[in-house]
Design a protein around this ligand. Sequence first.
Ligand code: CAP
Ligand code: MG
Length: 458
Amino acid sequence: MTIYGNLDFVDKQYKPKKTDVLLNYIVTPIKGTTIERAAEYIAGESSIGTWTKIQTMNPTIAKTLKPHVYSIKKNGEVKIAYPEHLFEPGNMPGILSSIAGNIYGMKELAKLRLEDIRFTDTILKSFKGPQFGIEGIRKITKVKNRPLLGTIVKPKVGLTSEQHADVAWQAWTGGLDVVKDDENLTSMSFNRFKKRAKLTFAARDRAERVTNEIKIYLCNVTAETEEMKRRAKLVKKLGGEYIMIDILTVGWAAVQTMRDWCQKHKMAIHAHRAMHGALTRDKRHGIDMFAIAKISRLIGVDQLHIGTANIGKMEGAPDEVLAIERMVEKQEVFADEFHHVLHQKWGKIKPVLAVASGGLSPLSIPKIVRLMGTDIVMQFGGGCHGHPDGTFAGAKAIRQAWEATEKGISLSQYAKDHQELARALMKWGKAKRRVEQPKKKIKKKAKKVKKKVKKKRR
Ligand code: CAP
Ligand code: MG
């Protein structure tokens, strides 16, 4: 197909090189357009082509910069190999303007989803990756081999700075390691950033003295980039070890700027993914959370929200969330046709600590640990402050639910002599029991039927 003159991009015999950036797309052409034709359009528009043959094209450009569509499947899965010279190392916005830019707007495509990117060594080396990695985070928090237990101050927005600091105090002294600002809490008239940071870090310092444990405050600096630097500087001055950033609403360029700032000031980055749903929900359109997580690790966040594998309130199937967790934690990720995942070696890029958050309560802990392991941060907003006896009791219930899980004791058993957990089970277990009740009844009925059948046989 020579849409772009003699720039055929589809070449199923092409063998990708180590110096190719590989892309995995799911392509849904409009009626009347074949996948091959759609693939030609994508490869051309994301690299050196345009809608018609141009006189200014020359053979050198075509030879050195032309991408190759090397795999097309009936389900619309298209793999494209881009020579890495097409991209500016170290410039994530630039890379995305090619591989996730104009192509989304092409009329020939009904839908387009970017599933995964395989970065080359040159591109990997041009980004910092996480400053601390999982090991480094465990050194900062002195939490050796259990999940970090945290909360998000609720209501999301609305408390005064004094009230915010008090809720944080209750959570830390109740037993949680981490207190986080909510993603939409920045600096409001009733809760200015400066005052909140000062009062909450003061509460953190008191809580550390009282509990003799390291306590972490994830202070949300999300704002215009220069303002983020000013807020991060205050966090540093107040003794903070982390800054929290809503990475998608601030944008990748700002995340790169703050990653460089954090290198200089030895600060960790907690990455919230608010707005990801606009990109990730439609499984045949947008950008997969897998690719967003990969970009986040490459730029260098230290902690990243990846979902709760359907245990909490947010969408995200278990196998997808677990594939993301493996990719952010391991040094090599193997190709997985089912998840459209490309083989990726991470070289010296450190791992990211996965964050499970959203709709969790103390009752979720055994399942989360079973599914996602213990190299995670678990965060409970409503599942802490919604405890019938308040935040302090909610924090204790979360800690107790972890202790039970660690000891291999059922929550109901452990609740017999842990009042706060008992009260959490009362509140959130009922909903669960209501749902589960019919199943138990079915089991009882099945047993009765079995007994009857046995009797008859005698
Ligand atoms: C959780 C949360 C987090 C979500 C984000 C919220 O609160 O603070 O932002 O976890 O979702 O605002 O919903 P709850 P994800 O514990 O009260 O649900 O982690 O999937 O990005
Ligand atoms: Mg939130």
